[in-house]
Design a protein around this ligand. Structure first.
Ligand code: OOG
Ligand code: MG
Length: 262
């Protein structure tokens, strides 16, 4: 289906309204079963346009559903991308308010910061590594605007892939000097290890996620700009958090990052 600009704007308003009012809505495909992936990215583009128009700064992108653990958890079988703005950034070790969110979950992610632009199509791991400045440890806080965190591919794309908050570690590591295949990824909740993975759980190598982002952006006439951060996707399943929780992600050879929820 190719939706008109008015419908795209209306769907963007529904998602934005759910976020602002912290009141989840049924997934968009309940009302628009034929919503195409391209329409869904148009809704996301409209959300991005409104975010920057209201003064938020686009700081990069996020890939989602890049690991088997995430695909199985969410029942969706293809990677997707969303955008991240300065409004989502939280300091390492800082507090994140749950009353601003609907049903937050956390996931450990390897985050790339780009030195140069990266344009698809045809990008591969080596192209991504060559364009990277450094990698750091990250926690992404996702918060679906859909009831019961249930969605399908078009619905989650139109919801900016559940993007809500993110926390970056303070240690910057050269991606070419680090083993991003066998490195262990550990997610701790209140001091207990709750999820573990290897870096390779993200598309075989998290740089492949950056390359795939460039290739997906190219389909929409865009590229990854220099200086952009790229969240490569949860290496493990996401874990629900509530006020009082403390979360840490530890990534072997890269470092750790943490957040408190209140
Ligand atoms: C969609 C976003 C997925 C990831 O890292 O896989 C994501 C969701 O699971 O709500 O951010
Ligand atoms: Mg994520």
């Amino acid at each position: 289906m190719k939706l008109g600009a008015e419908t795209i704007a209306e769907l963007a308003s529904q998602v934005a309204g759910a976020e602002a009012g912290r009141s989840p809505i049924p997934k968009l495909t309940d009302r628009f079963p034929d919503l195409s992936l391209s329409d869904a990215y148009s809704v996301q583009d409209e959300l991005r346009r409104r975010a920057t128009e209201s003064g938020r700064r686009l700081v990069g992108f996020k890939m989602g559903l890049t690991s088997r653990a995430k695909m199985l958890q969410m029942g969706v079988d293809q990677p997707v991308f969303g955008f991240v703005t300065d409004a989502g950034a939280c300091p390492d070790g800082g507090a994140i308010r749950c009353d601003e969110l609907i049903h937050p979950r956390v996931e450990p992610e390897i985050v790339f910061v780009m030195a140069r632009s990266l344009s698809g199509p045809g990008c591969h791991v080596a192209d991504a590594l060559a364009a990277t400045d450094f990698v750091t440890a990250g926690i992404e806080v996702i918060d679906s605007r859909y009831e019961a965190f249930r969605f399908d591919l078009p619905s989650v794309i139109a919801d900016n892939t559940s993007a809500a908050r993110f926390v970056l570690g303070s240690r910057c590591v050269d991606a070419r000097e680090t083993d991003l295949v066998t490195a262990g990824v550990v997610l701790e909740l209140n001091g207990c290890v709750v999820e573990v993975a290897a870096a390779a759980s993200v598309l075989g190598h998290p740089a492949a996620s950056v390359a795939q982002l460039a290739n997906l952006l190219a389909e929409r006439g865009e590229e990854i700009p220099p200086g952009a951060i790229v969240l490569t996707g949860g290496a493990t399943a996401a874990v629900a958090v509530s006020p009082g929780d403390h979360v840490a992600a530890r990534i072997q050879g890269i470092g750790s990052v943490s957040a408190r929820f209140e």
